[in-house]
Design a protein around this ligand. Sequence first.
Ligand code: ATP
Ligand code: MG
Length: 418
Amino acid sequence: MRQSELFTKTRKEAPKDEVSKNAGLLIRGGFVRKEMAGVYSYLPLGLRVLKKIETVIREEMDALGGQEVLLTTLQDPEIWQKSGRWQDDAVDIWFKTSLKNGHPLGVANTHEEALVNLLRDHISSYRDLPLYAYQIQTKFRNELRAKSGIMRCREFLMKDLYSFSRSEAEFREFYEHVALSYMNIFGRAGLGGRTYRTFASGGSFSKWSDEFQTICDAGEDTIYVDKEKNIAVNDEVYDDDVLAELGLNKERLVKEKAIEVGNIFPLGTKYAEALGLAYKDESGNVKTPVMGSYGIGLGRLMGAVVEALSDERGIVWPESIAPFRMHLISLGKNAESEKIYKDLSKNAIETLYDDRDARAGEKLSDADLIGIPYRIVISEKSIAEGGAEIKKRDEKESRVIGFEEILHYGKKNETMVK
Ligand code: ATP
Ligand code: MG
């Protein structure tokens, strides 16, 4: 893409009311726009990142045997009354609306009730199970505080997966698969080595749930990490008895600020029972499926990457989810840049081409802010030295390479935006 045609502009300062680092950088780089507290629109660069995160997550969900669905935002209160989650004192983040005739409607903040109700049409026998359904869908939550930029929004994209199993054992086996898959997702998204599976409190059916917590200063949670065992405990459950039960040694735990990028939750038979979802086992006995739910916030993940990997000059995208792989910058007009841009495009290498008529300093500081992994500068000087200057975003010094070498750095991205 030619940067001269990109309608977004970078800006020197974040808006005064933006307190978070992630949204500050993303707004300055032209990735998102703040509409109001906790509500952000995605612009072309931001949407490319979001789509790549979506691709990584979808690949992992499909590998688990998940079947993708898309449920509605508008919800009939009736099913939520059955589970006891319609009342505001049970769920304090509801957005509610109503039909013209006054009939109340819920604006979905999660989808256990809706999916369980839907599956009553499709599950009747043990042969229909296990079943795994997921979606990547917009959730609405009237969050009390929204000071973490795109990491805590009132409208946000969530991947939510739900599992329906025939027994506790069958459920547990899948639950552990999801836990591994989540570590893959966060690793592939660039948060490997700083994201920990974390013991957290469970609901009425399980003592524990598991959160996936990424260490970062802007995190809203506090966790205690055992780096050797590669696990952590959320401070909401941290006490001597719990540590003993988990076999963790207090001396070895390091207290950290962290952001919950995902969580997985045993639900037992709570929702299936409340909504009347049942099946017949091999002997014809009526049974209730055992459920789990598994969430990841896509914007939360993107914000966590910005928080964890940026430096004083701007964002540092991991290759897997960068909006483009290459940032080709021509300093002054030259035919070589145009030719290289055509070659990169022909080879389907995702490139942002800074062909703008702007000062060198502005182009280079914009490149640092936007954070594309490979920066390639072509100028009279680089041409005289034999080609182009190349620098990875997290390197200090650039070096000159021949034009023919550029393509070697440009492998196709596995999560290419179509
Ligand atoms: P939190 O404790 O941070 O409020 P939660 O326990 O309410 O999260 P879930 O309801 O399980 O989270 O949602 C699943 C995932 O969705 C979370 O792990 C997080 O990644 C993301 N998420 C939750 N709330 C928000 C939000 N307000 N904005 C963006 N992402 C969110
Ligand atoms: Mg919440």
